[in-house]
Design a protein around this ligand. Sequence first.
Ligand code: ADP
Ligand code: ZN
Length: 435
Amino acid sequence: MIHNPGIECMPREDMRKLQSERLVKQVKICYDNVPFYKKKMDEKGVKPEDIKSIDDIVKLPFTCKTDLRDEYPFGLQAVPMSKIRRIHASSGTTGKPVVDTYTDNDIANWSEGVARVMAVGNVGPGDVVQVAYGYGLFTGGLGVHEGAHTRGAIQLPTSAGNSSKQIMLMKDFGSTALACTPSYALHLAEVIEKSDVKIGDLKLRVGFFGAEPWTEGMRRELERKLNIKAYDIYGLTEMSGPGVGGECECQNGTHLWEDMFFPEIINPDTLEPCAPGECGELVFTSLCKEAMPILRYRTRDLTRLIYEPCKCGRTMVRMDKILGRSDDMLIVRGVNVFPSQIETVLTEFPVFTPQYYITVDRKDNEDSFDLDVELREEFFSPNPSKQMPYIKPLYDRIVSLVGIKPNIHIKEPGSIMRSTGKAKHVTDKRILYND
Ligand code: ADP
Ligand code: ZN
């Protein structure tokens, strides 16, 4: 089901016109109301009048995460505090969190973005949407919550954690949709397996998973274990939160709601636009955000845009699965490694669970790459000689696909730490030596 066909299926020329109108307006608002943008544009020698259409976007300066931190908390705001209705902030593992603020219209637009994703799973009146993203400053919980509201569905705000209770409520309240991180969904599936609840006792039909990268293998696992359709939902605090885009019924790329968020792909080294279809860093400009509009925000997410028309009828551009964030990329013995590549390989092997943990270290001036993995219950034996036959094929596949020689350690099923939110997959001990 398409939530807003007039926009989602708009002819591309009309979309360009809409984007142009919105950009021209947005740039003027930024220049006139936010000293940060005035300064940056003056430095670059760009005036609002130079922006006549969406094609002129390349003339504008970029905004980085450090700019957002420097302008903490409200330096990028374009409206007075009396117009603000909500404040959110990202988890911000280091230093100050990244703040976003919202007017009433901003909350409505944000909910619209989430609602478009939920419509893909035919979520509507009568559906119980179990929102197991964290509620709080994190945009995941409340963002998805309001999207479910816009669809006229029943919101079940369980927030993250307390897995046995989640499952009890899922069964007793008849949840039809689940929204959480893919890693938490996997954990819930494991807890269900170990409980008295049978998948047949549940009404779950669809899942909306995001906030972290996940792979096709993980999708298959979640769809099989939970007996659902699993859709990707993408977003970031700087662009309001979840619902910047989502997968359609074709499950072949994430449509980006480009009437609200204009996407570009740039080469992170040269900062030049990439050729269409080329992989690079995703950059967004918010086209209708009132409270805290952002021009050309460098997300650090690596992906590519797909401009070929989609079979679903939506005309909005699609993006490929996010390979990872450029700051999550590990360089081990000179090889670039993304944690999601390990998940891709692991899920090719039915004997392993998709759980993994990477520890990178440096000994005698050489990098080491240790990988903890879990065999599924039915294949596990504590006897190392019985584990050997499983290690070799996994090792070979990682060497050929990722280009790194891992030290693989087989762990007991269930022993790798599970996450209720964004999963942590890596410890890089080398960072300690650089201080
Ligand atoms: P934080 O930066 O503290 O994690 P956010 O919740 O704003 O706070 O994180 C947004 C980031 O999460 C995105 O830039 C992206 O890296 C990641 N992300 C969100 N949704 C997805 C998704 N569906 N697939 C891959 N990565 C995602
Ligand atoms: Zn589509």
